[in-house]
Ligand binder design. Structure first.
Ligand code: ADP
Ligand code: MG
Length: 362
């Protein structure tokens, strides 16, 4: 295990509230980040992600609540004593300094000896694949390179915790995709506890060990990418991550029914007052030979068939009038067997893909 890994610290937030006038930026937030974990705060704009990160960093003092790094209560500790690395969307680099000058800045603040600074700056630049760039001026760099310099600066003093607020959102898509993988590798290598903020669900799914979905200052769900996608706790999470069709269902004794049809399910439904059936486009399939036993079958009319190269997307209207999306593979002639617009089709959903979630709006 690299030496850094032993230095990672767990974070524990409990009961943190922050109000700005009538706005509950954070509403009684509790969450634990494991030592060495890559945890992402994911939510729409204005949901409270930055506020929570600023509380972790110490730039925002919450109205109440506790914050621990390891065993130590740090809620009153000033930012510069918290030993955090940070990067933001705006790189906040010093334009009049060289790359090495920028990266070495946190070490100069900490009064590290000159030779040691030079050594660690070189090492940090190597880590972000900018070896040999130390003497360049900041304005000679591309956007991606600037972001790497900012990253090198945030890791140069080997922080036990790294905070990142939408660090890639200013980059174009191709570079962003590449940097996501690089950041992930960097985290695996250095192993510090990382809290990452994004509003981009795909970015969150790509990078994170776990994701906390944030809405209106509250944590809607904290889970692995896979659990969030496959077992969202509520409609907000299901809607925010991935595409889905939602169908209203009723409880009928021990059964759950859709338009009078009892649903076959692999798991017991949640115990919430309201229930909704969530159907992901890639989980429901067109059944060419009609209804299948041991599955849930829906009759629909095809309204649009879209060929997308690696897959196809079928839009259909259920008998209830609800539009549903179905995604399928194009291998093995599946596409040629696809219906034409206006055709009646049977859609099947296996019991293990029949996922019921809390239907109440959040
Ligand atoms: P996010 O980062 O998820 O977009 P923020 O944490 O920046 O959201 O903001 C959460 C809410 O708190 C928003 O409604 C925002 O307008 C409000 N807010 C954040 N900072 C301040 C501030 N300094 N003064 C007043 N309102 C603020
Ligand atoms: Mg923000």
């Amino acid at each position: 295990m690299p030496s850094h890994k032993r230095k990672a610290l767990p974070i524990s937030v409990s009961g943190v509230t922050k109000t700005y006038g009538p706005v509950n930026a954070l509403d009684n937030v509790s969450l634990s980040v494991k030592s060495g974990e890559f945890l992402t705060l994911l939510g729409p704009s204005g949901s409270g992600k930055t506020t929570l990160l600023m509380v972790l960093a110490g730039f925002t003092r919450p109205d109440c609540g506790s914050l621990k790094f390891g065993e130590e209560e740090v809620i009153r500790m000033p930012p510069h004593l918290r030993g955090l690395g940070m990067t933001f969307q705006s790189y906040a680099l010093f334009p009049h300094m060289t790359v090495a000058g920028n990266v070495g800045y946190p070490l100069r603040l900490r009064k590290v000896a000159k030779a040691e600074i030079a050594r660690r700056v070189d090492e940090a630049l190597e880590t972000v694949q900018l070896g040999g760039y130390g003497d360049r001026q900041i304005d000679q760099l591309s956007g991606g390179q600037k972001q790497r310099v900012a990253l090198a600066r945030s890791i140069v003093f080997e922080p036990r915790i790294l905070l990142m607020d939408e660090p890639l959102s200013a980059l174009d898509k191709k570079l962003r995709d590449q940097m996501q993988i690089e950041l992930r590798h960097l985290h695996e290598k250095l192993g510090m506890t990382t809290v990452y903020v994004t509003h981009d669900q795909r970015e969150a799914l790509t990078m994170s060990d776990r994701i906390a979905v944030v809405n209106k200052g509250r944590i809607m769900q904290l889970a692995t990418p896979r659990d969030l996608y496959e077992r969202p706790a509520n409609r907000f999470v299901a809607d925010f991550i991935g595409d889905s069709t939602f169908l209203p269902v009723q409880r009928d004794g021990a059964a759950v029914t859709y338009l009078g049809m009892p649903l076959k399910m692999a798991d017991a439904p949640p115990t919430t007052a309201e229930l909704t059936l969530m159907i992901r486009p890639e989980r429901i399939t067109v059944s060419p030979d009609g209804p299948r036993e041991n599955a849930n079958n829906f009759t629909a009319t095809a309204t649009e068939v879209v060929y997308q190269g690696d897959s196809y997307l079928l839009h259909a209207r259920l008998e209830s009038g609800t539009e549903i999306a179905v995604r399928g593979g194009v291998r093995g002639g599946t596409l040629s067997a696809l219906p034409a617009v206006g055709d009646k089709v049977t859609l099947t959903l296996a019991p293990e893909d029949t996922v019921l979630i809390d239907g109440s709006e959040v």
